[in-house]
Design a protein around this ligand. Structure first.
Ligand SMILES: NC(=O)c1ccc[n+]([C@@H]2O[C@H](COP(=O)([O-])OP(=O)(O)OC[C@H]3O[C@@H](n4cnc5c(N)ncnc54)[C@H](OP(=O)(O)O)[C@@H]3O)[C@@H](O)[C@H]2O)c1
Length: 255
């Protein structure tokens, strides 16, 4: 198995990748190095260091999982080793300049990687080689579903569309819960009802054979109570609000 080093491997995303990679047999903990500035617990059998040069020397693939601002303060030389970046808004050109490698893959998971439910797009530079591309596919399959995309801009956009994980659906869920509470439903029942609805709706949309657009049209054409709700939501600017949120996130994720 390839020796893997995760710079920032004790953080939210880095530790999730490490745990899932080990759990799914993609990473051998004895060949895994994690780094951070402050000491912390790491998975059994894995190695920890606060010296990124040591991690790099022990790794065939280096995962960059620090915050963009932290990356911009780091001095690292990968000496041509492949880099797999999960950083939002840091371009391959910037990574190449800062780390002395052209073999770069950028991936954009979300925090559901931790529970094996992230949809993760990744993109590779022309210089990236087959072994690191195959390992990226395996690592993010261990974290959910992985899909290679054709151009880097799609990675930047994915930070907005799916990188935020549960956050945007959570905002919708909370709006429904708040409304139910205002109508007198006990808070715990409101939360149970709405979360059950969203879980079932996600499964139905995945498996039911109808696209979201077809579902909306079917209920609108039925012209009942749901149509009254859908029409009022649209008239109040629901679509525009979602688009404004995604545009703001996409703008923030631009390199
Ligand atoms: N979390 C998400 O949902 C998510 C989704 C998609 C992409 N991302 C991307 O993933 C990256 C990591 O995000 P995160 O949420 O995991 O952040 P995080 O929880 O803050 O983790 C960052 C880790 O980097 C370590 N670190 C900071 N400076 C370091 C250095 N010089 N050398 C080694 N380690 C260092 C930190 O530990 P110390 O402070 O102890 O050094 C920390 O453990 C970000 O670039 C983010 O854009 C995150």
């Amino acid at each position: 198995m390839t020796r893997i080093g995760i710079i920032g491997g004790t953080g939210w995303l880095g530790s999730a990748i490490a745990r899932r990679g080990i759990a799914e047999g993609v990473i051998d903990p004895a060949r895994l190095w994690l780094s951070s500035r402050s000491p912390t617990e790491v998975p059994q059998g894995a190695h920890w260091t606060d010296d990124n040069a040591t991690l790099i020397a022990e790794s065939d693939l280096v995962v960059l999982s620090v915050r963009p601002a932290q990356f911009r303060q780091m001095q690292i030389d990968l000496q041509g080793r492949p880099a797999l970046s999960v950083m939002a808004g840091v371009s391959a050109t910037e990574i190449a300049r800062a780390t002395v490698t052209a073999r770069i893959i950028r991936a954009l998971p979300n925090a559901m990687a931790d529970s094996g439910m992230s949809w993760t797009p990744y993109w590779a530079t022309d210089q990236a080689e087959a072994p690191e591309i195959a390992l990226t596919q395996s690592l993010f399959t261990a974290c959910g579903t992985a899909e290679r995309v054709e151009d880097e801009a799609q990675i930047d956009y994915a930070a907005a569309l799916t990188g935020s994980g549960t956050a945007f659906p959570a905002l919708f869920a909370q709006a429904m819960i708040d409304h139910a509470i205002a109508q007198g439903m006990p808070e715990d029942r409101a939360a149970r009802a709405v979360l059950h609805l969203l879980t079932a709706a996600s499964q139905q949309l995945q498996q039911g054979g109808e696209s979201p657009a077809q579902v909306v049209k079917a209920f609108t054409d039925y012209a009942g109570t749901t149509a009254a709700g859908l029409n009022a939501m649209k008239a109040a600017g629901f679509t525009e609000a979602v688009h404004a949120g995604l545009s703001a996130a996409a703008e923030a994720a631009k390199p």
